[in-house]
Design a protein around this ligand. Structure first.
Ligand SMILES: Cc1cc2nc3c(=O)[nH]c(=O)nc-3n(C[C@H](O)[C@H](O)[C@H](O)COP(=O)(O)O)c2cc1C
Length: 340
């Protein structure tokens, strides 16, 4: 991969080999690893239009992304259309026409709930993104024309001469989106490792009928258009490429269950076959909603199996009643089906 070796970002982050240079303890746990490659990836939204990405490099990136991406039952539901040259130009023209004519989007899937249903942390992130991203571009909230022009840049692929379209076979159930997301992140990180910039684009998927028509997707089967991905060499001095999106603190997205109250064997027996509720700060969130209740029950199962009763179920020596053992089995099965 000659281009990769010469790429500036590869030099800056130590290249794709950085994570493998980790020092490992005897039990295999990471003692130190250079995670810079992961933490420095951000979207590129201004590309050098004079410097196309060689097809061979795209082939290498896609091959490596597929090699490293996990998928449920190894189903590998990602599909990619690579648009370069005339096909890239044709797709851009068709999308820009739809955008300019204010064609109403018709995506194959929604990317977030209705505003009233958006969970608080997500709502905060979305609002902050809207404010800071447009501020960077000196676009006021009421600048309708300026915002429309900024959105149009999506359909010009931000100057990139390579546009990928990521799609999946129909019916595309929720789990398949998880798998395609894993592939997407692999690809974005690999691009970053070899000095390429990239930006995933739901905006492109919002015009799914246009994408399918131009790429002649549907005659070959039925598909869900997941997103576009603009790929190219970043323009180093473009202010928009300096945008670093906010990340919520760890405490807002991760829970360490060993720090929380864990039900004892007595709690298990008293629960008479039910899953004991987890109490304390992280007891499921979203209380009062179906999602919150489900999350609470699943979290209960996790805390429970990680504690004393879990050790007992695994033959750790403590007596567990049959009813409680059944509850553990049910909880594990629920958890397993949630995870698969
Ligand atoms: C599925 C998906 C769709 C996205 N669609 C767009 C898009 O249409 N236009 C855009 O400029 N950015 C898009 N983004 C980029 C996000 O805005 C970006 O990932 C987020 O703000 C975090 O910033 P970072 O990736 O630069 O760290 C998308 C990202 C994902 C994962």
């Amino acid at each position: 991969m000659a281009e990769a070796a010469a790429a500036p970002a590869a030099a800056a982050v130590g290249g794709a080999g950085a994570p493998s240079s980790a020092t490992r303890s005897r039990d295999g746990s990471a003692v130190s690893a250079d995670l810079t490659l992961f933490s420095t990836r951000h979207c590129t939204r201004a590309f050098d239009a004079t410097k196309p990405v060689p097809r061979s490099l795209i082939v290498e990136c896609l091959t490596a992304a597929a090699a490293g991406a996990p998928s449920s039952q190894n189903s590998q539901p990602w599909r990619v259309a690579v648009c370069q040259g005339a096909s890239c130009a044709a797709l851009s023209v068709a999308l820009c026409e739809a955008h300019d004519a204010d064609v109403v989007g018709a995506p194959d899937y929604v990317n977030r709930p209705a505003p009233a249903d958006i969970e608080a942390v997500m709502a905060h992130c979305i609002a902050e993104y809207g404010t800071s991203f447009f501020a960077l571009q000196h676009l006021a909230r009421d600048d309708v024309v300026g915002r429309k022009a900024a959105r149009r840049r999506n359909f010009e692929f931000f100057g990139a001469t390579t546009e990928l379209v990521l799609y999946a076979p129909s019916p595309t159930v929720g789990g398949m989106l998880v798998d395609v997301g894993a592939f997407l992140q692999s690809l974005l990180l690999i691009c970053h490792a070899v000095g390429l910039g990239a930006c995933p684009q739901y905006s492109v998927a919002s015009y799914a009928p246009v994408v399918k028509r131009v790429l002649r997707l549907e005659p070959a089967g039925r598909f869900t258009v997941i997103c576009g991905i603009a790929i190219g060499y970043p323009l180093p001095d473009a202010p928009i490429n300096t945008y670093t999106a906010l990340r919520v603190p760890l405490a807002d997205f991760a829970r360490f269950l060993e720090d929380e109250d864990t039900p004892t064997t007595a709690d298990v027996e008293a629960s008479a076959g039910g899953i004991p509720a987890v109490t304390g700060a992280g007891a499921g969130g979203g209380a009062g909603t179906t999602a919150g209740a489900t999350a609470g029950a699943t979290a209960g199962a996790v805390a429970w199996l990680g504690g004393e009763a879990g050790e007992a179920a695994a033959g750790g020596g403590t007596t567990v009643t049959t009813k409680a053992a059944t509850a553990i089995t049910t909880a594990s099965r629920d958890l397993a089906s949630t995870l698969q």
